[in-house]
Design a protein around this ligand. Structure first.
Ligand code: SAM
Length: 403
């Protein structure tokens, strides 16, 4: 049957209507009329499958529409950016009652070959991604959104698993052209070292360094950062710099201020903020990441930072210093309830909220609204070809609390 796509949902799917009932159709463009087949019928909505699927027509990825990792390759890059701007504007209005007069500005990055890290799953002699919300392996031999330096490792691993069984995961990372490979499984360690050592600069097996250097190094705004093993690090080199620059731009250059950096990972933002502060306090739940953060502070000779390993909810009550700025960069789930109410007790003058999920950002802005108002918001296209978008929001303490 034919339907007209009228809008998009938050997963990048087109929305059509059949007899007033909403039908979600992945891989379609607003305004076009498409042939679909209904594949799921629910009480309040249906899901349609585009005929033919996008992978049946030429695209830069042979698996588009099948592997599930990308959702927007059928849109031009400009259309993708506009989709993300509209998405954030709509979600702020719907879930936080914030009505932006214009679309929030978005900073573009590089649409292809941008990811510096990927996790592939291995079953027998196949490697690939798990399909959306399943543990069903979708085998791949290429992935054009990866940095070519790690994309070219895919056939190398494939050749290895053709004759050596027992691996179940491969995490590949590239920073400043140096490559790290973290393997997991039950294959023979000596055989792994012998085969992979010539291809990579750092080789981990079951979370243990078995060959090469312990960390990859990169330089951001003149500071050196070491990233060891599977520690969190932003996946888009250009996008990450745009996010950090935006955060820095919002902070006045007053050396007397105290900044709290919640969810600080390996301390990248913490150390960059140390330039413009009397003290920066970093909080992170992952102990390995905190070890890297302390090491990075030492390498860069930064001594006005302090790092705490623990959950934000556990560490926040220990912080008694008056705060000028709090930067939060939580995972997709956003702030937890305890952290939100602790922020409402600490009452810093400004909060910078870096979010990879506009839905939870909107929910948190709504929850913080009695004390904080949105002063500015900028988007960064950290994950081109997918529906994901990074938001940087500047919140300021209201002069009078609203109820
Ligand atoms: C999006 S990353 C932010 C990393 C960092 N700001 C950066 O730019 O590299 C989110 C971080 O929050 C950490 N995390 C998750 N839950 C946490 C919690 N309850 N308390 C503190 N840190 C947490 C994760 O380990 C991860 O490093």
């Amino acid at each position: 049957m034919k339907v007209k796509i009228e809008a998009y949902d938050h997963l990048g799917r087109g929305i059509a209507k059949i007899d007033g009932k909403v039908v979600f159709v992945p891989y379609t463009k607003k305004g076009e009329t498409v042939e679909i087949e209904i594949v799921e019928q629910k009480k309040n909505y249906a899901v349609g499958k585009l005929l033919p699927l996008p992978s049946d027509t030429p695209s830069f990825c042979p698996y588009y529409g099948k592997c599930g990792g990308c959702q927007l390759q059928h849109l031009s890059y400009e259309e993708q950016l506009e989709y993300k701007q509209e998405l954030v504007k709509n979600q702020l209005e719907r879930y936080a009652s914030i009505k932006l007069e214009e679309l929030p500005p978005i900073m573009a990055t590089k649409p292809k070959a941008y990811r510096n890290k990927v996790t592939l799953h291995i079953e027998g002699n196949q490697l690939g991604f798990y399909q959306n919300k399943t543990h069903r392996l979708f085998p791949i031999t290429t992935c054009p959104i990866l940095d070519p330096a790690i994309e070219k490792l895919i056939p190398v691993i494939k050749t290895f698993i053709e004759t050596n069984r027992g691996l179940n995961q491969a995490v590949m990372r590239v920073l400043d052209r140096k490559i790290m490979l973290c393997l997991k499984g039950k294959a023979d360690e000596a055989v792994i070292i012998n085969y992979f050592s010539t291809y990579v600069d750092s080789l981990y097996y079951n979370n243990r360094l078995i060959a090469g250097v312990r960390s990859l190094e990169t330089t951001i705004f003149g500071k050196r950062f070491m990233v060891a093993g599977d520690a969190f690090f932003q996946v888009n080199d250009l996008g990450m710099r745009k996010i950090y620059q935006q955060v820095i731009d919002w902070i006045p250059k007053e050396q007397e201020q105290v900044i709290l950096d919640l969810y600080c990972g390996t301390g990248t933002m913490t150390l960059l903020l140390a330039e413009v502060a009397k003290q920066v306090i970093g909080v992170e739940i992952n102990e390995q990441a905190i070890m890297s953060a302390r090491e990075n502070a030492h390498i860069n000779k930064v001594d006005n930072v302090i790092f705490y390993a623990g959950s934000t909810a556990a560490i926040l009550p220990l912080i008694t210093t008056p705060l000028d700025f709090v930067v939060v960069d939580p995972p997709r789930a956003g702030l937890d309830e305890v952290t939100r109410s602790q922020l409402l007790e600490l009452l810093p003058k400004k909060i910078i909220y870096v979010s990879c999920n506009p839905l939870t950002l909107a929910r948190d802005l709504q929850m913080l609204a009695e004390q904080y108002q949105l002063e500015d918001i900028k988007l960064v296209d950290e994950f081109p070809e997918t529906y994901h978008v990074e938001c940087c929001a500047l919140l300021s303490l209201r002069k009078t609390k609203i109820s």
